[in-house]
Design a protein around this ligand. Structure first.
Ligand code: UDP
Ligand code: MG
Length: 316
């Protein structure tokens, strides 16, 4: 053992989750009482909610000062909110968790157990995602497969942000300076000794998902461009192959013209070639744009998030 009295920080981002605050409050308090030899702090980050999530969170903080409320100045997105929470956490271990209880808090004691046995990272793997829609499961699966093919650091499949990290891992995470934080990728990048525990993905306790298809698509782009330059490099090869094919076709046309004479009709082939190569160039320029846009954002060095106020110990 020897970890008795250690502090574990649970970090949850809240965006328009007012219906879920008290369910979260009760579930985490119940979980904490099952691990009496560990102290807890619950870092609740209000990511610029437009409903009364913040009011409820502050009430929770007054009732139980273990609930720390970090108030962001506006909605910065889940990744930024998570970063804010991790930066605020003082625990010997940090556990990011979704506020909607899709990640079951009842798994946390098991994660702490593994941590006590010496794991630096305890990954929670969803073995059953039947509560997610078919489309979400399939697109997620496709994304992980593509990402891991292109990137040098593989993101373990079916593992989200829900995990336990020892403070050495958290310290490593804080050393990564990028502003656009694709947390799943950053978590994987830092490495360390990991063990896995399994769980079944729960349905949302209350409220609706905050991620539309378009948001998820951009999230996937962020993930791939943050950890791979393969989409930039592929154009060299696409270009080479096209050039070779074009040369072959050119040779064919020259020979045919020499043998059969000048052949005027060729409208279709010319148009197809122009449209094809035009589109190819637009796609490759668009991809360059994805990377340049990200370089531009990084180069401005703006902070990832801004805190209006951090409420600890029931302070107002
Ligand atoms: N979230 C956030 N900021 C946002 C969007 C979401 O902090 O801009 C939080 C949200 O409150 C929840 C977590 O991120 O605690 C996961 O969001 P959600 O459940 O909507 O995503 P899903 O589980 O459907 O992927
Ligand atoms: Mg959710």
């Amino acid at each position: 053992m020897g970890v008795g009295g250690k502090l574990v920080s649970i970090v949850a981002p809240f965006y328009n989750e007012s219906e879920g605050v008290w369910i979260f409050y009760e579930a985490l308090r119940a979980m904490a009482s099952t691990v009496p030899d560990v102290r807890f702090e619950f870092i609740c980050v209000d990511d610029g909610s437009r409903d009364d999530t913040l009011v409820h969170l502050l009430a929770a903080n007054r009732l139980d000062p273990r609930f720390v409320v970090v108030e962001l100045s506006r909605n910065f997105g889940k990744e930024a909110a998570l970063t804010a929470g991790i930066d605020t956490a003082c625990g010997d271990a940090v556990v990011p968790i979704d506020a909607d209880l899709q990640d079951p808090p009842t798994l946390i004691p098991k994660m702490i157990e593994e941590w006590r046995k010496g794991a630096e990272v305890v990954l929670a793997r969803r073995t059953d995602r039947s509560t997610d829609t078919f489309l979400k499961r399939k697109t997620a699966e496709g994304f992980y497969r593509l990402h891991n093919k292109l990137s040098t650091v593989a993101i373990p499949a079916n593992v989200g942000d829900f995990r336990l990290m020892d403070k050495v891992v958290v310290a490593a995470l804080k050393r990564l300076p990028e502003r656009q934080r694709f947390m799943k990728g950053l978590f994987a990048w830092v490495g360390f000794k990991a063990v896995t525990v399994d769980y079944a993905r729960q349905p949302r306790a209350a409220g609706k998902t905050k991620f539309s298809g378009w948001k998820l698509w951009n999230f996937a782009l962020e993930g791939i461009t943050s950890f791979s330059t393969a989409p930039l490099k592929v154009w060299t090869y696409v270009g080479t192959i096209c050039a070779l094919l074009t040369l072959t076709y050119a040779a064919y046309i020259v020979i045919r013209t020499l043998i059969y004479g000048i052949d005027v009709p060729g409208y279709a082939s010319v148009l197809v070639a122009i449209l094809f190569f035009g589109s190819l160039q637009l796609i490759s320029i668009g991809l360059l744009g994805e990377y340049i846009g990200r370089m531009y954002l990084e180069s401005k060095q703006r902070p990832t998030y801004l805190v209006r106020k951090c409420h600890r110990q029931g302070t107002e």
